[in-house]
Design a protein. Structure first.
Lengths: 156, 368
């Protein structure tokens, strides 16, 4: 796809916040679930400790590589709390990985859309400046680009 | 309180500060992000979303670690903050350590590319844009192109002298990511080792690159048993000096000798009319070891040999006639923000994971 072409859902991607809202909701659900499980927990030396569970859930060194640790379901052991912990950590991991993947997707899309040279940018003058300005805005470029006002600022 | 260090350096011509070095404590002007507010932002930028993800992971990891510790030790740890080993285990289960750093590097490249587009715009007005000369490749890509062509990077100068003004700040570890994101729009991350460059304007979806935004910096400081150099550094009389050997990144693989830097920081009082300076010479590991054993500094450059002689005299002039030797080792991870091409008018460096160890104790020696 040429960089001048607008990807089908890029603008939607740049403005959407529903995924972040989902992360927030998950945080509250996770803590509530674990607290309920903790109230009914009765740790015993025969059962794996929560620390053992967390250690067993360690991510593989290479993202995407198969984990050599026990499976996340088995890592829970017999304690209801430890099982709940393993389950919630798995959900938390999935949510973080998904947000990280989408962040990469957004940044690499901007990278692909940014013109390689200023000469290429000039060709864009009458084509789609507001959209290009929005892209620059998303990466925090404090500048005016060929008549398109671009406000600066990045999170933090 | 655990704090980390950020150092802001600028060439003296650019600053009007009356003192060459000062210290302060960095505090963000706005509160740290709260997942419940930040994540609901109607239009988060990538930087805000990175901070949001970081805050989300931190909050949940702390929750998991606290509850797990309460499960394993209900009486002892119910009200205490989660132990560090619980935090480490929970953190390692949720997100790869340093998983956000490649993303910061990609953002850094993007900002730098936009700055270079702006520079091209400023230097090429409309008629000049038809010039047959192609615009230069983005700076972050040039090192990669150089490597692909098998060209070695230019050797470091034999003797380099720096006259900079520094302002040092302390900051809390929780602010490190926020501070990096605040700096990215202004200065790119400088990596000591090369890395794959992003291809801008390329329709093909690029793979997410890896890499870390920081590198290990190791230093060995020389002093006598009375710590005379350290005391002088604190008192800062005119002529106070420290000498150190410094090297970057992880242990070098077998092959050519590792290149280290022999450095001297010399403080001069303003009334002398002289400027404080840092001077350093690049030497191979065998050459440095021979120098520390008393041999003259092996260098082709007369300035470097003269510098070596001055350092040798300083090493021999410890308190009570004692010869100064390797006494203290420091190691930390440094993220450097500076303009490419060596024209670093302003440079910011963030140092984290600071460690210090007595040299020669419990195996702390060598140049690895």
């Amino acid at each position: 796809m040429h960089w001048q072409q607008r990807p089908p859902n890029a603008q939607q991607h740049l403005t959407a916040s529903h995924r972040s809202q989902g992360l927030c909701a998950q945080h509250g659900a996770l803590e509530a679930h674990l607290r309920r499980a903790l109230r009914t927990a009765s740790p015993s030396v025969a059962q794996p400790s929560a620390l053992q569970c967390l250690t067993a859930l360690k991510l593989p060194a290479t993202p995407g590589a198969p984990s050599t640790a026990p499976s996340r379901h088995k890592a829970g052991g017999g304690s209801p709390f430890v099982a709940a912990l393993a389950e919630e950590v798995a959900r938390l991991t999935a949510a973080a990985a998904e947000e990280l993947r989408r962040l990469w997707e957004g940044v690499l899309r901007v990278v692909a859309l940014l013109p390689a040279t200023w000469r290429d940018l000039q060709k864009l003058r009458d084509v789609d400046l507001p959209y290009f300005s929005a892209l620059c805005d998303q990466v925090g470029a404090g500048s005016r680009v060929a008549g398109g006002s671009v406000a600066g600022g990045v999170g933090g | 309180m655990e704090v980390l260090r950020v150092e802001w350096e600028a060439r003296d011509a650019l600053l009007d500060a009356p003192t060459s070095t000062s210290s302060a404590f960095f505090e963000p002007s706005t509160p740290l992000p709260d997942p419940s507010t930040l994540l609901f932002s109607p239009q988060p930028s990538p930087g805000e979303r990175i901070l949001g993800l970081d805050a989300f992971v931190r909050a949940n990891v702390a929750t998991c670690a606290r509850l797990a510790a309460a499960h394993d030790h209900p009486a002892a740890l119910a009200a205490a903050p989660p132990p560090e080993h619980y935090m480490r285990s929970a953190g390692g289960a949720v997100l790869q350590p340093h998983a956000l750093e490649p993303l910061l590097l990609a953002l850094s490249d993007t900002y730098q590319h936009i700055r270079e587009l702006q520079a091209q715009r400023d230097s090429h007005s409309a008629p000049a844009s038809d010039s047959p000369n192609p615009p230069p490749a983005p700076s972050h890509a040039r090192a990669e192109q150089q490597r692909e062509r098998g060209e070695a990077p230019p050797p470091p100068p034999l003797l380099a002298r720096f006259r900079r003004k520094s302002t040092k700040f302390w900051f809390r570890p929780a602010h490190a990511l926020r501070l990096k994101l605040a700096l990215l729009p202004h200065l790119p991350v400088h990596t000591f080792r090369g890395r794959a460059a992003l291809s801008f304007g390329c329709a093909t979806a690029a793979p997410a690159p890896g890499g870390r935004d920081s590198a290990l910096v190791s230093s060995v400081y020389f002093d006598d048993s009375a710590l005379s150099a350290f005391q002088a550094r604190l008192g800062r009389p005119d002529g106070a000096a420290i000498v150190r050997a410094r090297w970057y990144d992880a242990p070098a693989p077998p092959g050519p000798p590792r290149l280290l830097f022999l450095e001297r920081k010399l403080h001069r009082e303003p009334w002398t009319g002289e400027a404080s300076e840092k001077a350093r010479v690049a030497v191979t590991q065998p050459a440095l070891e021979a120098f520390l054993d008393g041999a003259p500094l092996a260098a082709d450059d007369a300035d470097a040999r003269r510098f070596g002689a001055e350092v040798a005299a300083w090493l021999a002039a410890g308190a009570g006639g004692e010869r100064r030797s390797a006494l203290l080792r420091t190691r930390y991870r440094r993220t450097a923000f500076q303009a490419p091409e060596g024209g670093a008018a302003v440079r910011v460096s963030l140092d984290v994971e600071l460690c210090a160890a007595r040299e020669g104790v419990e195996g702390v020696k060598g140049w690895g």
